[in-house]
Design a binder for this molecule. Structure first.
Ligand code: ADP
Length: 314
C-alpha cells in the first residue's frame, strides 16, 4: 500500500491547467523527489497533497486519507517545510518549537521530551535559548525541519528545502535530512530543480509543463539513455579510430587531442577496448549521463533555461 497515491490529478488556475493529469505513487520510507523547471507544477502538486490547495479532478491520498474528503487527518499525519522561512524571528528556537506543539495540541510532558530530543538531533541544543534572528540560514533551515518533525509525521513534505542557501550549507542540510530519515523512518516528498538533490532521492518524478514525463530511480533514468561517453587519447588517434570502427562497429568522433565514443555501458566496454585495441592508450575517461541529459533527451530543452533558477555550481 503506497503512502501517497495520486491519480489523474488536474488543477486549473483561471481555466488554465497547471497540473495536467498527474499520476504517481510513493512508498513508505522513500525519499521521493519532484524534479522540474520553474513553473512545471511542483509547488501546485505539493500544496494539493498538503491540503493547502483544492483541485479540479482526480484523486490524491496521503497515509490512506483522502486529501479532499479528509483534509484534517491528512494534516495530522504530515510535516511541512516551505520554501519561505516561516519561523518567528523574534522567538527563541525553543519557543518556536513549543508554539508548534501547542498548535498540534501535544501534551506538555511529551512536548518537552520531543523538543529536547529533536534539538539534539539538529545540533541546536546549546542554542535553544537564542532568538532565531541571530541564526544563520543553515541553522534556521535545520530548525524548520526539526519543527516539521516534532509531531512525528508519517510523511515530511519539503518544498525546495535548500532554495537560497549557499552550496556548502545545502550539502549539510541534505546530509542532515538523509540521516534524519534513516533515524526516524519517515517518508519524504520533496520538490527541487537542483539536479544533485534529485540524484540523492530514492526515486524521482520528472515534471514538465504540468505532466510527469518520467518516474524512476535516478540511476535507472540515466541508464535508459543507453549511453556513456568515453574520452580516449592514444598514441595514434587516426589509427585507433579505424581500429575501433572495424573491431567494434562504432564511429568515434574526433575531438581535440583524442577521440570520443558513445557506448551502451562504459564499464563493460573499457576492459574490451584495452584487450582488443592494438594502438596504445595513453588516457581514458568515462562520462556517465546526468539527469540534465535525461531532461534534454525527454523534452529537447535544457532545464536551466526555463527560468531564473539559480544553479548550484557556475
Ligand atoms: P513550480 O513549483 O514547478 O515552479 P508552480 O506549481 O508554482 O510550478 O506553477 C505551475 C504553473 O501554474 C505556472 O505556470 C504558474 O505560473 C501557475 N500558477 C501557480 N500558482 C498560480 C496562481 N495562484 N494563479 C495563477 N497561476 C498560478
Amino acid at each position: 500500500m503506497p503512502i501517497i497515491h495520486v491519480e489523474n490529478l488536474i488543477k486549473k488556475y483561471n481555466g488554465t491547467e497547471a497540473v495536467k493529469g498527474v499520476s504517481f505513487e510513493v512508498n513508505e520510507g522513500e525519499v521521493f523527489g519532484f524534479l522540474g523547471p520553474n513553473g512545471a507544477g511542483k509547488t501546485t502538486t505539493i500544496n494539493i497533497l498538503c491540503t493547502l490547495l483544492g483541485f479540479d479532478s482526480g484523486t490524491a491520498t496521503v497515509n490512506g486519507f483522502d486529501c479532499k474528503k479528509d483534509p484534517h487527518r491528512v494534516r495530522q499525519s504530515i510535516g511541512l517545510v516551505f520554501q519561505e522561512m516561516t519561523l518567528d524571528n523574534e522567538l527563541t528556537a525553543y519557543e518556536n518549537l513549543k508554539f508548534h506543539c501547542y498548535m498540534y495540541n501535544m501534551e506538555k510532558r511529551l512536548s518537552e521530551e520531543r523538543i529536547a530530543e529533536i534539538l539534539e538531533v539538529v545540533g541546536l541544543t546549546d542554542r535553544k535559548k537564542d532568538i532565531v534572528k541571530k541564526f544563520s540560514g543553515g541553522m534556521k533551515r535545520r530548525l524548520e525541519i526539526a519543527r516539521g518533525l516534532l509531531h512525528r509525521p508519517k510523511v515530511l513534505f519539503l518544498d525546495e528545502p535548500t532554495l537560497g542557501l549557499d552550496p556548502q550549507t545545502r550539502s549539510h542540510v541534505w546530509d542532515f535530512i538523509h540521516s534524519l530519515m534513516k533515524r526516524e523512518g519517515n517518508t519524504v516528498f520533496m520538490t527541487t530543480h537542483y539536479m544533485d538533490e534529485a540524484e540523492a532521492c530514492d526515486r524521482i518524478a520528472i515534471i514538465d509543463r504540468g505532466r510527469i514525463i518520467a518516474c524512476d530511480r535516478p540511476d535507472a533514468l540515466k541508464k535508459a539513455l543507453r549511453g556513456d561517453t568515453i574520452y580516449l587519447k592514444t598514441a595514434d588517434n587516426d589509427k585507433a579510430a579505424v581500429e575501433i570502427e572495424s573491431k567494434f562497429g562504432l564511429s568515434p568522433k574526433r575531438i581535440e587531442g583524442g577521440l570520443s565514443l558513445l557506448v551502451e555501458s562504459g564499464e563493460k566496454f573499457i576492459p574490451r577496448l584495452f584487450e582488443k585495441l592494438e594502438t596504445g592508450i595513453s588516457s581514458i575517461n568515462l562520462k556517465r549521463p546526468s539527469l540534465e541529459d535525461v531532461f534534454i533527451n525527454l523534452t529537447g530543452r535544457e532545464m536551466r533555461n526555463e527560468g531564473p533558477a539559480p544553479r548550484m555550481r557556475p
